[in-house]
Design a protein around this ligand. Structure first.
Ligand SMILES: C[S@@+](CC[C@H](N)C(=O)[O-])C[C@H]1O[C@@H](n2cnc3c(N)ncnc32)[C@H](O)[C@@H]1O
Length: 239
């Protein structure tokens, strides 16, 4: 096990472009390349028992704001990508249908327990890769990902998939920490990136180039959570 953590699979994938590395899509200097599926699954298998203890209260304001920003109408169908332990699930109105997917069986087990305990009959859950969604085009009224886009191996492909399965004019809501524009903080985030990728998230992902890459423009943009350190973005899915 310890040996697996030490193996950084630099040579595993086709090398991404320099621009992509600089934007944090595939990692800078090769470190984020360690964010492959095995790393992610292992990280969240380890985190799952303590995830709620660590990340419930501190990230709660952003969660409430993100679900509100979806502007869910009765009967709407929402897809939550990277649903994790399901901390957002009690925040959805019961008049909508929610589908939550995640790559981690262990995180989903916690979400299932929550659904069962709270009797959330409007929620269904499944194991799925956010960058390869098993849904037809235009399946959902809204698609949301909270604290996920820097935790997936391929943020661009994941956002493209979110776009594909969202109906035209539907809301795409992303809540995440992105690399700071402050040079000092940005440098610290870059320093921390190799460590953070090993525990399941990137600190060096940049918002603007990421959205440009998937042809999305922020319709609403807020700063939320502790020290306004997280960004909440709503995009309208183009036609
Ligand atoms: C930091 S947690 C966020 C969980 C939840 N969205 C929340 O707000 O608490 C990141 C989640 O993304 C999931 N994840 C990472 N890569 C994924 C992928 N390719 N497809 C689906 N889920 C993924 C992880 O398993 C983990 O549950």
């Amino acid at each position: 096990m310890a040996e697996d953590w030490d193996i950084i699979p630099f040579l595993r994938e086709v090398v991404g472009s320099e621009a992509e590395r600089r934007a944090g899509f595939t990692g800078e200097g090769g470190d984020s390349r360690a964010m492959d599926y095995r790393t992610i699954k292992r990280a969240y298998a380890i985190l799952s028992p303590v995830y709620d203890f660590l990340f419930d209260k501190i990230f709660h304001p952003g969660r409430v704001a993100a679900i509100n920003l979806l502007e869910i109408n009765p009967g709407d169908h929402v897809l939550e990508v990277g649903v994790g332990t399901g901390l957002n699930l009690p925040l959805y109105p019961s008049h909508c249908k929610v589908t939550g997917i995640d790559i981690s069986e262990e995180m989903l087990r916690k979400a299932r327990e929550r659904v069962q305990a709270l009797g959330l009959t409007h929620v269904s859950l499944g194991v799925m890769d956010g960058s390869n969604l098993e849904f037809p085009n235009d399946s959902f009224d809204h698609v949301v990902a909270t604290y996920v886009i820097s935790a997936v191996p391929d943020p661009v492909k994941t956002l493209m998939e979110m776009r594909r399965v969202c109906k035209p004019s539907g809301h795409l809501v992303i809540l995440n920490h992105f690399k700071s524009e402050n040079p000092v903080i940005g440098a610290v985030e870059e320093m921390l990136a190799p460590l953070c990728t090993r525990i399941g998230f990137k600190t060096d992902l940049k918002l603007k180039p990421l959205l440009e890459r998937v042809s999305l423009a922020p319709e609403q943009l807020y700063r939320v959570n502790l020290m306004n350190g997280w960004r909440l973005v709503r995009c309208i899915n183009p036609q």
